[in-house]
Design a protein around this ligand. Structure first.
Ligand SMILES: Nc1ncnc2c1ncn2[C@@H]1O[C@H](COP(=O)(O)OP(=O)(O)OP(=O)(O)O)[C@@H](O)[C@H]1O
Ligand SMILES: [Mg+2]
Length: 113
């Protein structure tokens, strides 16, 4: 099992949701977040002296998937979130140790899927 965490531009959320739905990924957690990447939150046109990072609004998606859905999910997020401009976002993939469906106490593969 893997936890796929994606930071995307807020205006691309609907496109990402559609791409995920079309790929058969229907479970997700969506959170508003703030962050910055290698431009430290400033655009390429920024000309002032940078003394600290500038946090930009991003959307965070957390999607727990079984192994056979890892690449499908990554592809769908990339397809939906892509503009080609800086700040398109990032995807982190981490090992997921356990998942428990509280109602049934199912675990692992059954609980995620
Ligand atoms: N190394 C990192 N650790 C934690 N969060 C990150 C990291 N890099 C990016 N992020 C998160 O991802 C968001 C989008 O990052 P962004 O797309 O600007 O990455 P980038 O590496 O600067 O790539 P680009 O050059 O395409 O802009 C950031 O606002 C931040 O929330
Ligand atoms: Mg950036």
């Amino acid at each position: 099992m893997k936890l796929i965490t994606a930071l995307i531009k807020p205006q691309k959320l609907e496109d990402v949701k559609k791409a995920l739905f079309d790929a058969g990924v229907h479970k997700m957690t969506v959170t508003s977040s703030q962050g910055c990447g290698q431009q430290r939150g400033y655009t390429e046109t920024f000309r002032g002296a940078i003394t600290q990072v500038n946090l930009l609004k991003k959307i965070r998606l957390d999607i727990a998937v079984n192994e056979d859905f890892v690449e499908t999910t990554i592809d769908a997020v990339c397809d939906g979130a892509y503009t080609g401009e800086i700040g398109d976002g990032k995807i982190f993939v981490t090992e997921l140790v356990e998942c428990v469906r509280i109602r049934t106490r199912e675990r692992g593969k059954e609980a995620i899927g």
